[in-house]
Ligand binder design. Structure first.
Ligand code: PRX
Length: 650
């Protein structure tokens, strides 16, 4: 479990700016507490009120059917998710910008709600022509271009699930996900841009498709114009099929619990989990939390810098903001390309008022220095957010003072792929913030910090963060593995949702999330499983055995450290170290590339043969033992010690 720095609890509260509170949806801590209490006393009444945010073809008569651990929210209502994100806004304000897209090379495209609606209808009709039916799962492997949002909304329109696979994943990771989701259609692009380089997505997809004979059709957006291999009969150009399809596609009603998407995320084992989200509860809570946490207004220009390949992009680029009728900025590329002021330039250009980014990004900006900000007009900003990993108080304070000029509240939002939407966060006009704390649970959310036996831990002690009651945007199951859903989330502390995070509560009830208690590693906020990386490592011809742990990293939060033993006939060398790193990147993706590889004669093990990760973690965190990564380290003495005390961890 993560170590905790006790002086963090002494962080002084920063009050919401008076001017902000005056116009906010929730204006004081008292108002928040009243709302919280109301939701706690009558959750059904509370959520049924929030369900009025949605457009229903048939309004629901029942709020929740709870057969633990399975929840059905608003189950007898019917709706269409894409109607909620598009049609109703087209009726109200057809010319309002929905997506303000900026390419890495500076090209811009503004899509109004009408434009986005028409593109989505065309794509929905095209998908139907490709044989996609309600209940099918379409895999989407794309760069950050408007067609990605269009493809998701088009799937939703016709009742097909989407499974978006982050464009940085490699071919094996993509094929595993396509196979698990049983996709028959893939939507991709010829390529994407990253720091001026072309990322050959189609080539990677082609290689993944060799393992996926079930994929019959591949719809390809032309983004880079590079020459790509073409499989006649299977591959179809987007600009030929979609652009030629009708811009009218009536939105059919689907049941509230109709599956909306699968999103794969890393867990404790090597196999990624397909987190399944359904329609109404998910959409409602995304929309509601967008309004509450970001205090979204009609005139706001909202920018979430995440990639849509992760849950943050699903919930807070696409579904939450578009269901709210917001104007959303979407950027294709890297924050430091062509210069380290790219984000500030974008904020100035579009007059962004709400900026939602990651702790890693904030730490990187801080390390790059203030000069990059000073050239740009950031006066349009009124609210800042972070997500994905704990933000250290120093980075929080820099964000507050230098980016927000002390004027903008910061919302440190805690949530997960599985929770679907933000569960713990300040309400910007109401909650005094404390640098480094996600503060208090949102109304309707019962969060506790417990011991394994279910007892509450006292303030200032570390325990497991759990959620006690079901909430509308919660995952419904792990696709194809309900047993794992029960086991991982609801049976650890029976009857409670186990988040996998360690946390503390302070004397004010504020929650401080400290990090993962399982073998999930967060690199730059991206979730990776140590087991997944280990299985990639042992698939390399030279590697006999591998153990993966993390060490703290000043910018990325955590970095991957690999300990491995070699097969006979292989010698440790700098060259091999590079090859091993490359191998991991090619099996999973560049995000999983180890920061450090150490070769050893033996890995420390318990008597029962389990690798003692705790020792390795200590070793990795203490820094380099020898300073020379190619030196063989001798773990046999550690092993001996462990055997002496009969230590059998895990
Ligand atoms: O450990 C927590 C951390 O990110 C995990 C969830 O990762 P993922 O499913 O990829 O979703 C990330 C984006 C929602 C959590 O279990 N985490 C997320 N937000 C915070 C956080 N840790 C501390 N503070 C946060 N605000």
């Amino acid at each position: 479990m993560a170590e905790f720095d006790p002086h963090v609890l002494e962080e002084k509260a920063v009050l919401p700016p008076v001017e902000f509170s005056r116009h906010a949806r929730v204006r004081s801590l008292e108002e928040y507490r009243a709302l919280y209490q109301r939701a706690q006393e009558d959750p059904a009444g509370f959520w049924s009120e929030q369900a009025e945010l949605l457009h229903w073809f048939t309004p629901p008569t029942e709020v929740l059917v709870w057969n633990p651990p399975h929840a059905r929210w608003f189950h007898d209502g019917t709706l269409n998710v894409s109607y909620n994100c598009l049609d109703r806004h087209v009726q109200l304000h057809p010319k309002k910008p929905a997506l303000l897209w900026e390419a890495e090379d500076g090209k811009r495209l503004a899509l109004t709600y009408t434009d986005l609606y028409e593109k989505t209808c065309r794509c929905a009709n095209a998908l139907k022509k490709l044989g996609v039916k309600s209940g099918d799962c379409v895999t989407i492997y794309m760069p950050m271009i408007p067609e990605l949002a269009v493809a998701m909304l088009a799937c939703a329109r016709i009742g097909a699930m989407h499974s978006v696979v982050f464009g940085g994943f490699s071919a094996p990771a993509l094929s595993d996900r396509m196979l698990d989701a049983k996709s028959r259609v893939l939507i991709t692009a010829d390529g994407g841009y990253r720091r001026g380089r072309i990322i050959p997505l189609k080539e990677t997809a082609d290689s993944a498709l060799e393992k996926c004979p079930g994929v019959e059709k591949v719809l390809v957006v032309r983004r880079t114009g590079e020459k790509v291999n073409w499989n006649e009969g299977r591959d179809v150009w987007w600009h030929e099929l979609v652009d030629a399809s009708s811009s009218l596609a009536p939105a059919e009603p689907f049941p509230a619990e109709h599956p909306l998407f699968i999103l794969y995320t890393s867990g404790t084992t090597g196999k990624p989990k397909g987190v399944l989200h359904t329609s109404a509860g998910y959409l409602m809570q995304c929309m509601w939390s967008t309004r509450m946490v970001f205090d979204l207004r009609e005139e706001d220009v909202y920018w979430c810098t995440a990639d849509i390949g992760w849950v943050t992009g699903h919930s807070y680029i696409v579904y939450g903001p578009l269901a709210s009728g917001a104007t959303v900025v979407m950027y294709e590329g890297a924050p430091d390309y062509p210069g380290r002021d790219r984000f500030w330039q974008i904020i100035g250009r579009y007059k962004v008022s709400i900026f939602y980014s990651s702790a890693t990004a904030v730490r990187a900006f801080m390390s790059w220095g203030n000069a990059y900000l000073e050239k740009h007009d950031l006066s349009s900003l009124r609210l800042l957010g972070t997500v994905g990993e704990p933000i250290n108080p120093a980075a929080w304070k820099w964000y507050h003072a230098i980016v927000g000029k002390g004027r903008c509240p910061i919302v440190d939002t805690w949530w997960q792929t599985e929770t679907g939407s933000i569960l713990i966060s300040p309400l910007p006009g109401a909650t005094p913030a404390k640098a480094g704390s996600a503060t208090l649970p949102l109304p309707g959310v019962i969060a506790r910090v417990l011991r394994m036996n279910g007892e509450e831990v006292p303030p200032g002690e570390t325990g497991y963060l759990v959620i006690e009651q079901p909430w509308p945007s919660m995952m419904r199951t792990i696709y194809g593995d309900d047993e794992r859903y029960r086991r991982d989330y609801w049976n650890r502390i029976p009857g409670k949702y186990f988040t996998g995070d360690a946390a503390q509560r302070d004397q004010d009830g504020y929650i401080w999330v400290l990090g993962r208690v399982d073998d999930v590693i967060k690199v730059a906020g991206h979730r990776l499983s140590s087991m997944e990386i280990e299985s990639a490592l042992v698939s390399h011809a030279a590697v006999a055995e591998a153990a993966v742990v993390s060490r703290p990293d000043d910018i990325k939060g955590e970095a991957i450290v690999v300990f491995c033993t070699l097969r006979s006939g292989h010698e440790a060398s700098e060259e091999l170290r590079v090859l091993v790193c490359e191998h991991v990147a090619s099996v999973i993706g560049t995000i999983a590339r180890p920061a450090e590889v150490r070769f050893a004669d033996l890995l420390p093990k318990t008597r029962s043969g389990k690798i003692m990760r705790r020792l390795l973690r200590e070793l990795a965190q203490k820094g380099s033992v020898s300073g020379d990564t190619t030196t063989l380290e001798d773990f046999s003495s550690i092993e001996k010690l462990a055997q002496e005390i009969g230590h059998d961890e895990e």
